[in-house]
Write a protein that binds this ligand. Structure first.
Ligand code: C2E
Ligand code: CA
Ligand code: CA
Ligand code: CA
Length: 284
């Protein structure tokens, strides 16, 4: 991580810094890091495009490494996946995020009951106790299932059969929202979408880069238009990540996307900031 003035920092690019930090070094201290409480979560607001209100936030995990400073998930999630630590780490993220969402919801300063999005990795999806774990986490936090959205990447679901989809379907039946993350980067057959228990498509930011400045790339506009119309036909809502400019936000709103997330609204930050953002949002 690089210092970026004050107590802010910027997450280093996985491909620049990760090479410098020996992989075995990180792998060795990864298990202890969870016990030592070295992980923390930043929250990035999700904003309703029609009126600019903050509806919730995505939980994004970071590792405050004692030597290397703050590491981004791209630098350690793959390691956690290959060593199996992702299951306890993922459970910790769920617990933290659920507690946080409960805290937002019982705090009178938030305008609407905020929701929290949590990323699930492929190994978590294969973990037999996933559903009972999540039920227990929601129960302990006193959080309604509808306050939780689980983000699963398109690639993690490609080729999944009914048996493999069952945990997600059970969670969806309980009222948990499921979002298909990084949508458009995989190669799933579009008709396959009908079989998935998802309620939201989270469009990868590569599709909307061409809308950052006017004039928008007409091909990008057509593609997003097509995806939104397909999503709405299937009764799915569309969230766009990586929204960096107001021009982009305007385009996406006009194209009918429901929700946006990105630096234009806020970078990932501490949970307390959600109160302030929720109060100061455009609808006030
Ligand atoms: P993601 O789920 O696609 O998360 C969005 C990423 O885009 C985040 O990177 C976020 O900081 C970044 N981002 C947000 N707004 C903008 C923007 O306007 N412009 C640009 N250029 N980038 C933006 P981050 O925090 O580095 O996370 C990277 C990936 O790590 C996430 O991608 C997610 O797949 C994974 N991840 C994060 N937390 C967890 C976790 O708790 N569990 C698992 N399994 N994966 C996680
Ligand atoms: Ca995500
Ligand atoms: Ca994503
Ligand atoms: Ca992504």
């Amino acid at each position: 991580a690089k210092a970026a003035g004050g107590n802010r920092y910027e997450l280093a690019d996985a491909d620049s810094d990760a090479r410098a930090i020996a992989r075995h070094d990180l792998t060795n201290c990864l298990p202890g890091a969870l016990e030592n409480g070295e992980f923390f979560i930043e929250y990035q607001p999700l904003v309703r495009l029609s009126d600019g209100t903050v509806r919730g936030a995505e939980a994004l995990v970071r590792w405050l490494h004692p030597v290397h400073g703050v590491l981004g998930p791209d630098q350690f999630i793959p390691l956690a996946e290959s060593t199996g630590l992702i299951v306890p780490l993922g459970r910790w993220v769920l617990e933290e995020a659920a507690r946080q969402a409960r805290a937002w919801r019982s705090d009178g300063r938030c305008r609407v009951p905020l929701r929290v999005n949590v990323n699930l990795s492929p190994s978590q999806l294969r973990y037999p106790a996933l559903v009972s774990d999540i039920v227990a986490v929601l129960d302990d936090a006193g959080l309604d299932p509808s306050a939780l959205c689980l983000e699963v990447t398109e690639n993690a679901l490609i080729g999944a059969d009914e048996e493999q989809l069952r945990p997600l379907r059970q969670l969806a039946d309980l009222g948990v929202d499921i979002a298909l993350d990084d949508f458009g980067t995989g190669y799933s057959n579009l008709s396959y979408l009908r079989r998935l228990p998802v309620s939201t498509l989270k469009l990868d930011r590569s599709f909307t880069r061409g809308m950052q400045r006017a004039p928008a790339d007409p091909v990008d506009v057509k593609i997003v238009e097509g995806i939104v119309s397909l999503a709405h036909t299937l009764d799915l809502s569309v969230t766009v990540e990586g929204v960096e400019t107001g021009t982009q936000a305007d385009h996406l709103r006009i194209l009918g996307c429901e929700t946006a997330q990105g630096w234009y609204y806020a970078r990932p930050g501490p949970p307390e900031r959600l109160h302030t953002l929720s109060l100061a949002d455009a609808a006030s």
